[in-house]
Design a binder for this molecule. Structure first.
Ligand code: UD1
Ligand code: CA
Length: 456
């Protein structure tokens, strides 16, 4: 006896008007279906079977997860037919949870509630919701004792039934043995000529069972996506939810409508985030981290008391405590800043370690570099790390001062306490504690005449 999840994801999604299959359209930068698979994976299911059809190959290549199987529905003959494609994957004693690849935000707790309603005497449970406008949905038909009798699709409903506001979300949990037998009895004798999964509710009642129902906490949990407008609406609602969660954990947001979390974020105390900040992947922010407007932070850890000024872009980086970054800084993958380091405006750093308290304040490129503590790198310093074929390392000791507009041609080493004169091109190892420079001599041509404009 175990739990199997079946996710319906074969539909075409014509209204998306996109080459990308509907279930691969992104919500918070992740395919809709991946959200569903991720939630399903938290339920201890022994298998997650995704029924695919349109764009099957692409879907199968894109979606990742443990215990994930794919069943092909070559022709979309209805939701009942779709579930039947997964018949080989569940046994009589299993409980089957049916989810939808285009309904991404169902909460784990809601699904657990639903599963708790299924037992030996209740082989089927339904997730329903009351909507102000129920048009388009299957209506939940109940008798005078409020017991579920059937689901009637919009196109098959009488005028009376159409006025019912409680609708089928599509999500249900069913005992394997019954599911298999009921699916076997479906017919396409209905307005759409399809095999309706929803017809099994009537069969369940006819077999003498009561159908129990539960409702989600929030409507957002059962919203499906059919077109770009609904996709955008759901994205905004999802982001609003993320922002509210950040504020509940004590984050100061300048505008809850202008922060996007496209991944997972972990925050310390007294974090503040200005407008138009985007987080991608896994991001961790320590206590008192301040982030200025228009920053993008991806897959990075930012330790306590660090300040990131506006328009900075940080990716795959580790930032220790009390650093100051930006405005207009770009930290590319493999950047590690030790505490109190300072990266100023128009500075790009890649795959480099910057030591404690070191400063690269203006207009520099630091790539493939190991830099010690307390260095001061002047404006316009460039590590020439690439010879056109290979990348080379620049090693800078502690307390090194590099004068402005210098080029450090890698591979090259600068000893502790070295000083480099401004405008130098350094190609050889620099000794510790000395002044090293490379510079052509300055000359003045005395009595030189400025050119004058020729008469026309
Ligand atoms: C379905 C329900 C309806 C419910 C609504 C909630 C049925 C008959 N009706 O209606 O009661 O209120 O969802 O949104 O179940 N799919 C396949 N293969 C198919 C058919 C559908 O994989 O052959 C997938 C679709 O890709 C989609 C989902 O199942 O993700 C629902 O199918 P759809 O045709 O949209 O059902 P609705 O008419 O909306
Ligand atoms: Ca639908």
């Amino acid at each position: 006896m175990s739990l199997k999840v079946v996710i319906l994801a074969a539909g075409k999604g014509t209204r998306m008007r996109s080459q990308l299959p509907k279930v691969l359209q992104p919500l918070a930068q992740q395919p809709l279906l991946q959200h569903v698979v991720n939630t399903a994976s938290t339920l201890d299911a022994t298998q997650i079977v995704t029924v695919i059809g349109h764009g099957a190959e692409t879907v199968q290549q894109t979606i990742k997860g443990e215990h994930l199987e794919f069943a092909l529905q070559a022709e979309q003959l209805g939701t009942g037919h779709a579930v039947a494609q997964a018949n080989d994957y569940y046994g009589e004693n299993d409980t089957v949870l049916i989810l939808y690849g285009d309904v991404p935000l169902t909460a784990q707790s809601t699904l657990k509630d639903l599963l708790s309603l299924v037992d030996a005497h209740h082989p089927l449970a339904l997730l329903t919701i009351r909507l102000a406008d129920s048009s388009g949905y299957g209506r939940i038909v109940r008798n005078q004792h409020h017991q579920v009798q059937a689901i009637v699709e919009e196109k098959d409903a009488t005028a009376d039934q159409k006025s019912i506001l409680e609708v089928n979300t599509g999500i249900m949990a069913v005992k394997g043995a019954y599911l298999k037998s009921w699916l076997g009895k479906l017919s396409s004798d209905n307005a759409q000529g399809e095999l309706y999964l929803t017809d099994i509710i009537e069969m369940c009642v006819a077999d003498g069972f009561q159908v129990h129902t539960t409702q989600p906490d929030s409507e957002i949990e059962v919203l499906g996506v059919n077109d770009k407008k609904q996709l955008q609406d759901l994205e905004r609602r999802y982001q609003r939810q993320q922002a509210e969660q950040l504020m509940r954990s004590g984050v100061t947001l300048m505008d809850a409508g202008r922060v996007d979390v496209r991944g997972q974020i972990e925050v310390g105390q007294d974090v503040s985030i200005d407008v138009n900040v985007v987080f991608e992947g896994r991001v961790k922010l320590g206590d008192n981290v301040q982030i200025g407007a228009n920053c993008i932070i991806k897959e990075s850890v930012i330790a306590d008391n660090t300040i990131i000024h506006a328009f900075s872009h940080i990716e795959d980086s580790q930032i220790e405590q009390a650093c100051v970054i930006g405005p207009y800084a770009r930290l590319r993958p493999g950047t590690e800043l030790a505490s109190e380091a300072k990266i100023g405006n128009f500075v790009e750093v890649k795959k480099s370690k910057i030591g404690f308290g070191s400063k690269v304040n203006h207009l520099s490129y630091i790539g493939d570099t190991l830099m010690g503590a307390h260095c001061n790198i002047g404006a316009g310093t460039i590590t020439c790390n690439y010879d056109g074929v290979n990348k080379h390392l620049t090693e800078i000791g502690e307390g090194v001062f590099v004068g402005s507009d210098s080029q450090l041609v890698a591979p090259v080493k600068l000893g502790d306490g070295a000083t480099i004169g401004a405008g130098s091109t350094i190609t050889k190892e620099v000794p510790a504690e000395e002044l090293t420079l490379s510079r052509s001599k300055q000359i003045t041509l005395k009595g030189w005449q400025k050119p004058v404009k020729k008469p026309k």
